[in-house]
Design a binder for this molecule. Structure first.
Ligand SMILES: Cc1cc2nc3c(=O)[nH]c(=O)nc-3n(C[C@H](O)[C@H](O)[C@H](O)COP(=O)(O)OP(=O)(O)OC[C@H]3O[C@@H](n4cnc5c(N)ncnc54)[C@H](O)[C@@H]3O)c2cc1C
Length: 358
């Protein structure tokens, strides 16, 4: 690592929590991170994993160069041009990434504030909340009136250990153990789900925490869920959320895990970035394990599609190459690079053939 430039070289299999720990020891940090930190750097970056923050791109935007093993066994270093822009977010289709050079930032502390606010109010004040904070996101259950917001800003204030206790209650007790227990009850008695959702929302408390950025961004996720997530133009966010809520009620889907809404800066660093060329809102919906998710996810996919939605590359969707091509302005450039790097489809599997073509 070079502390003066913030450039660091890492093995592609490095876990994000390990990366954050190593960076912290040297006064550096990732500019933004997602909800969890157990992924490999390559798995997270190759799927454009993201956090929230209107001025912050997904993790792939921090990639300065990539070492990649091609299908013919040769090793290349990609540090510019369309090859790099294709490889940053490539879902494993171009070759095996073995190392990254990442651009990091000086370490910083964050002040996290949680609030419980009516969802209608959050949607009405969305632009103001997103624009006036470094990181803003919210969660809400279908069938519950209130949303839970997380607003996070950089601070020079010292870490406050008492905030950690309230956060522990929210993150570990409510978001994991209480949610897990009520989700199990909801799976058994689906008609009770609206009441259970309101109960878990009522339990979540407001709170505030100051700590090192990487300890604020990511938290434990112990409830087993499945998920689909859609990147839409930011200005479509409120309408998309309202439509998903209305359709969830209309079709009577029993959903006992909250949906999550986050914001990501536009980028053109990766040809297949879901936030390519547009400020983006990500809307993620979830289903508890063992419950029917297909009709709900298909409905959300259809509605997101009406807003030009692009799926998260690491989560469920059923689109094929033919559907996806029209949603990515530089799709053909990616396909040219893919043909050059893996002409015989060594790195193709059923999933890759579906999303990128044979
Ligand atoms: C509980 C939970 C919370 C999550 N939170 C978020 C979140 O906040 N934000 C968000 O955006 N996403 C989130 N995700 C999604 C997650 O970041 C992605 O699914 C990520 O890809 C998982 O990383 P992994 O190391 O398990 O990758 P894998 O599943 O192993 O791989 C993912 C993809 O990357 C490719 N890949 C992996 N390693 C290499 C390599 N060395 N070379 C080339 N290609 C490679 C694989 O081929 C595959 O296509 C979450 C997922 C879960 C389960």
């Amino acid at each position: 690592m070079d502390p003066t430039t913030g450039l660091v070289r890492i093995g592609a299999g490095t876990r994000l929590h390990e990366l954050s720990r190593l960076l912290d020891e040297h006064g550096l940090a990732m500019p933004n991170l997602g909800d969890i930190n157990v992924q490999s750097a390559a798995g997270a970056i190759s799927t454009a994993t993201h956090g929230t923050g209107r001025n912050l791109g997904n993790l792939a935007t921090t990639v300065e160069s990539i070492e990649l093993v091609k299908a013919d066994g040769s090793i290349v270093e990609l540090d510019s041009g369309d090859d790099l822009r294709a490889a940053r977010v490539s879902v494993g289709a171009l070759g095996v990434i073995t190392a990254y050079t990442l651009r990091t930032v000086p370490s910083f502390r964050l002040h996290l504030q949680r609030e419980k606010i009516p969802l209608t109010q959050v949607l009405a004040e969305l632009d103001e909340r997103v624009d006036s904070n470094d990181h803003f996101e919210f969660f809400a259950f279908p069938h519950a009136r209130d949303a839970l917001t997380k607003t996070t800003n950089r601070t020079e204030e010292p870490a406050n250990p008492s905030g950690r206790i309230v956060e522990y209650f929210n993150e570990v007790i409510v978001e994991n153990h209480v949610l897990g227990a009520l989700s199990t009850m909801g799976r058994r008695w689906p008609s009770q789900i609206p009441r259970l959702n309101r109960a878990v929302t009522a339990l979540a408390s407001s709170g505030s925490l100051i700590d090192a950025s990487h300890r604020v961004f990511s938290s434990p996720r112990l409830v087993r869920i499945t998920e689909t997530e859609w990147a839409v133009p930011r200005e479509a966010c409120a309408d998309l959320v309202r439509e998903i809520q209305a359709e969830t009620d209309r079709q009577g889907f029993a959903v006992n895990i909250p949906f999550e809404v986050r914001f990501v800066a536009a980028d053109d660093a990766s040809l297949l970035s879901p936030s390519f060329g547009r400020e983006t809102a990500y809307v993620a919906v979830h289903m508890y394990e063992g419950m029917p998710w297909k009709p709900y996810f298909e409905t959300v996919q259809r509605i997101a599609g009406e807003y030009g939605g692009r799926p998260h590359w690491g989560k469920r969707h059923s689109l094929s190459a033919a559907d996806l091509a029209g949603r990515y302005p530089e799709w053909d450039t990616f396909q040219e690079v893919r043909r050059a790097y893996d002409p015989d489809g060594v790195f193709a599997n059923d999933h890759i053939r579906r999303i990128f073509g044979a």
